[in-house]
Design a protein around this ligand. Structure first.
Ligand code: WTA
Length: 657
């Protein structure tokens, strides 16, 4: 089994050099500023004066509380509590208050199915269905504090299920529909969930992909699951287990639309979301109610310059990721916005599907990932040119660094050179956006996430923990923020160790960054063994564990290599057990079964040996060099230098294929 935490880090010097050449600047236009919420430094000044008072102002201005808080912040590193003593209901904030305010007929969600079927859901309808489903959950025995797992395609029922949990004080744990049965059961068991909500299947690339069989396989091994609720979407045949499985539409039919939104404590657990760390075991990141809702409502409003009356917002993430939690469900609905939710892939039936949707619904704010933008670039500017994109006002990116070339393409071909671009840096752990321009106030530079938002304190630190004012360093956060994670489910020690131990008194994000001489931040990617594949976090160790769980594999080493489209690609080096012979494709599929298709290595090299130091540590940096076709420098520390020549020869053969 490959070694963990060898301590070697990605050294992004080449990226630093490439970015240093980027001098273009884009101030907000006068036309944009004329109608923008923030055009000066007012929010920054307020926050700099007193950040707690600043956040308290956001909490009282943007969120409705059933009971006011006594204390804004209790901070006992690493444990933060926000708005202590306050009570609220998150679902009330996302639904009831808009209906009570006369906006019941306003469209909350324009849902677009991949085959072209649509649903239009008003705030009143969403409130009714959430209340019904909350009653269903109660009838199934779900109580305040219980955990409910959600494993769904991108259907409105995903948002309904999340909000229904919030309404009754149960915590949801959403697992991305692309994860395998094994990943699902691991997460269910870690959270000890009582109920699983899934679907028969969903649409992807023009066909139905079944989900229920994976849910069934997972549930064979999850003693805490008492009920499975199944949404009918794919129409594919499924087996229903008597007494355990129920159709969503049948349960809803008889349920009352009356379900009072009970006040919850500000620190009531709202959800768990599992994310990869540097070990094989994903971490259940804990988010609570009052602080999280304040953070996502505030950022959704100011980062996207939201005008809730007129804007149509579209975030292309899946609800299975934090971006979907914060900027499809909680942020936009709390702000009473109208949004688009799309079920499928961007190239079905044609490569212009995204642009067709923008034109169809008059989308004004579009939020997507750099990987997607690079894919759109490959498909060509003729695709967006087929559609009228003049409704767009603001563009956003998230999930990985955006290269200046992709930024410029986005700016020209999607934004028509008129839309500000907000490159938003944040993490599952931060809950909401932390570093980003404010579109009406910030002069942007292509490839830079610019500055910490008002209320957020970030600093770069060198190896010794000294502050870096210009140049490269580790990204840390120096003050607690309302949306911050409250811990790792069931593992307080890992929480402290992972985030708070490397630099005393600071949260260490795991990212490297650079500050230029004008104070702009340039994110440079992870400095730990976490890869970023199309904006999705996967740890090298997780993939290694999956590989060595195959009976033919003796040892595996995995690295993330730079990839022009997906940011990074998974490259694996595998040593087989003596006498075993297995095809790389079999191993790729094995990883997909263990974790999910997103973790399938792009390339697997079967090798007789791996480059190791004399003390037996695998030299990952070297493997990355090989994978990226770089010259290998000094190999004197290697136990057997000839293995590198051999690996390079194999890589060259693959490159020629
Ligand atoms: C990376 C996604 C550069 C980063 C919201 C972080 C980014 C990880 C950016 C979190 C960005 C996210 N520029 N890198 N704008 N946004 N990242 O938890 O490495 O899925 O640590 O949250 O994505 O990924 P996660």
């Amino acid at each position: 089994m490959a070694e963990q935490g060898t301590g070697d880090t990605n050294e992004p010097h080449e990226t630093i050099d490439a970015l240093s050449a980027e001098n273009r600047k884009f101030p907000p236009s006068e036309a944009f500023k004329a109608n923008s919420l923030v055009t000066d430094t007012f929010l920054y000044d307020q926050a700099a004066e007193d950040d707690e008072a600043f956040w308290a102002r956001q909490a009282s201005g943007l969120v409705d509380w059933a009971k006011p808080w006594d204390t804004v912040l209790e901070w006992d590193l690493p444990d933060a509590k926000w708005f202590v003593g306050g009570q609220l209901n998150v679902a009330y904030n996302c639904l009831d208050r808009h209906v009570l305010g006369g906006n019941g007929d306003k469209i909350a969600i324009h849902w677009e199915g991949e085959p072209g079927d649509t649903r239009t859901i008003t705030y009143q309808q969403l409130l009714d269905e959430v209340s019904q489903f909350a009653n269903v959950l109660k009838d199934l025995g779900v109580q305040r504090g219980d955990r409910v797992n959600i494993y769904l395609p991108m259907v409105p029922e995903a948002a309904v299920a999340m909000l229904a949990c919030a309404r009754i004080g149960a915590a949801h744990s959403v697992v991305f529909g692309g994860f395998s049965a094994q990943s699902l059961s691991d997460r269910i068991n870690d959270a000890e969930a009582k109920v699983l909500i899934t679907a028969d299947g969903g649409y992807r690339r023009g066909a139905v992909f079944p989900l229920k069989p994976a849910a069934d396989e997972a549930c064979a091994d999850t003693p805490t699951i008492e009920h499975v609720v199944v949404v009918k979407r794919g129409g594919n045949d499924v087996e229903m287990v008597d007494g355990r499985d129920h159709w969503y539409h049948e349960l809803i039919e008889g349920a009352s639309t009356e379900c009072p939104a009970e006040p919850m404590d500000s620190e009531q657990l709202l959800f768990l979301l599992y994310t990869s760390g540097t070990t094989g075991k994903p971490k259940g990141i804990m988010h609570t109610s009052g602080g999280y809702l304040t953070h996502v409502t505030y950022t959704h409003k100011y980062v996207f310059d939201l005008h809730a009356d007129t804007d149509v917002f579209w975030c292309t993430a899946d609800v299975g990721w934090i971006t979907g939690h914060s900027y499809i469900v909680y942020g936009p609905l709390s702000n009473g916005a109208t949004q688009v939710m799309y079920e499928g892939v961007p190239n079905h039936p044609g490569n212009d599907r995204m642009w067709e949707i923008i034109e169809k619904y008059g989308v004004t704010i579009f939020y997507t990932a750099p990987t997607a933008i690079r894919t759109f670039m490959k498909w060509g500017a003729t695709e967006p040119a087929k559609h009228d994109l003049s409704s767009l006002r603001v563009l956003g990116t998230v999930g990985e660094p955006i290269n200046p070339e992709a930024w410029m393409w986005y700016h020209e071909h999607i934004g028509g050179e008129r839309c500000p671009i907000v490159d938003t840096w944040w993490q599952t752990e931060t809950g909401g956006i932390m570093i980003s321009p404010l579109p009406g106030a910030t002069t942007t530079k292509p490839g830079s996430a610019t500055f910490p938002l008002p209320g957020v304190s970030a600093e770069l630190i060198d190896d010794e923990g000294h502050r870096v004012d210009v140049g490269g360093g580790y990204l840390t956060l120096t003050r607690p923020w309302p949306g911050m994670l409250r811990g790792i489910w069931g593992d307080p020690e890992r929480f402290r160790e992972t985030y708070w131990s490397r630099f005393e008194g600071r949260y260490f994000a795991g990212d490297g960054a650079k500050l230029d001489d004008e104070g702009y931040l340039w994110l440079l990617g992870r400095v730990d063994d976490v890869m970023n594949i199309s904006g999705h976090r996967i740890s090298t160790t997780e993939v290694e564990s999956a590989l060595v769980s195959h009976p033919a594999v003796a040892e595996a080493a995995v690295v993330g290599a730079t990839d022009a489209t997906t940011g990074q690609a998974i490259i694996a080096y595998v040593i087989l057990r003596g006498g075993e012979d297995v095809d790389a494709e079999v191993l790729r599929n094995h990883v997909a079964e263990e974790i999910g298709a997103i973790a399938k290595p792009k390339q697997i090299y079967i090798t007789p040996d791996l480059p190791k130091t004399r003390s037996g540590k695998i030299m990952r940096r070297l493997l990355r060099d090989v994978a990226e076709g770089r010259n290998i420098g000094d190999t004197t520390t290697l136990a057997d230098a000839s293995i590198v020549d051999e690996l390079q020869a194999r890589a060259a053969v693959v490159a020629d294929d």
